[in-house]
Design a protein around this ligand. Structure first.
Ligand code: C2E
Ligand code: MG
Ligand code: MG
Ligand code: MG
Length: 276
């Protein structure tokens, strides 16, 4: 597997660039070791119904603590894993770990209500055997307990493939959420063909929707599109009760965000949100 290279640049090869490249190379090796050594962690963020504020599920979010660098943001290591051919290995670990955590909660009589959302990257989605692969890695967990999240732009990289895979996933009983919705370029006609269950309204529109009427109009449009297509809407990044109230009034069905709850390690998540 060859990482994409952008070496047609005309800038001079500076010391800073060399350091940046060395850091990325070194980080790639450390990440590889962390995946192999099962030293990544999953955090869980609760998701709620806006109508009655009940727990409807959670999203699994990958965390990496490096002893030397401290916490490395998924915004940095996920793209690195995608670029350096590590994302399938990472994604497999996430699926197995998520399934094993659902099993632990079940065994402790604190099962997660609703669905656990698991983020999937475009390279995993490109696998025509994805449905069978997910089933194999999550053996013992009913497909109805899992939602796979793929970003809108990843869906649109190969829309025809996405149509095929989403139908196969749906037939198997998995739910599909379109993540970061509003930032990609999907058309209504494609959205209609994807067998998705929910649109996740991107955090960038939620952030300023109280003050910015353009963002508010976009949120309202996304909710209207979802209604037309019989999909749910889940707002990301809700940080205040005013945002939650407005979203509820606008007809958004679910939300997650710091106001409802931060992502937490599995035990803390269970202690805070799961009923024994
Ligand atoms: P995402 O899937 O859109 O996840 C939502 C992000 O918003 C998470 O960032 C979450 O911690 C953050 N967030 C939640 N509530 C709030 C809020 O109220 N305010 C703000 N400002 N942020 C909030 P995180 O955990 O840093 O993850 C960033 C991205 O990395 C994710 O975006 C997802 O695309 C990717 N990612 C994380 N874990 C995985 C994984 O296991 N596999 C894959 N393929 N990607 C992952
Ligand atoms: Mg997500
Ligand atoms: Mg998102
Ligand atoms: Mg995102």
């Amino acid at each position: 597997h060859h990482a994409k290279r952008r070496d047609n640049s005309v800038c001079p090869y500076t010391q800073t660039m060399r350091h940046a490249l060395e850091r990325r190379q070194w980080m790639t090796e450390r990440l590889h070791q962390a995946i192999l050594g099962h030293r990544l962690e999953l955090y869980f963020q609760p998701q709620f119904s806006l109508a009655d504020k009940t727990l409807t599920g959670a999203e699994a979010l990958c965390r990496w603590y490096d002893p030397e660098w401290g916490w490395v943001s998924p915004g940095e290591f996920i793209p690195l894993a995608e670029e350096r051919g590590l994302i399938r290995m990472l994604g497999d670990w996430v699926l197995e770990e998520a399934a094993s955590q659902l099993g632990v909660w079940q065994a402790k009589h604190t099962p997660l209500p609703g669905k656990l959302s698991i983020n999937i990257s475009a390279q995993q989605f490109a696998d025509p055997q994805l449905t069978a692969h997910v089933a194999k890695l999550t053996t013992g967990v009913p497909p109805g307990a899992i939602a796979l999240e793929l970003t809108e732009s990843d869906f649109m990289r190969d829309p025809d493939q996405a149509v095929t895979i989403t139908h196969s996933m749906r037939r198997a009983g998995y739910a599909l959420f379109i993540d970061d919705f509003g930032t990609g370029y999907s058309s209504l006609s494609y959205l209609r063909r994807f067998a998705a269950d929910a649109l996740k309204i991107d955090i960038s529109f939620v952030r300023d929707m109280l003050d910015n009427h353009h963002d508010r109009a976009i949120v309202q449009t996304i909710i209207a599109m979802a209604d037309t297509l019989d999909m749910k809407t889940l707002a990301e990044g809700v940080e205040s009760p005013a945002q939650a109230d407005l979203l509820a009034k606008m007809g958004c069905s679910e939300a997650q965000g710091y106001w409802f709850g931060h992502p937490l390690p599995a035990d803390e998540f269970a202690a805070t949100w799961l009923m024994p």
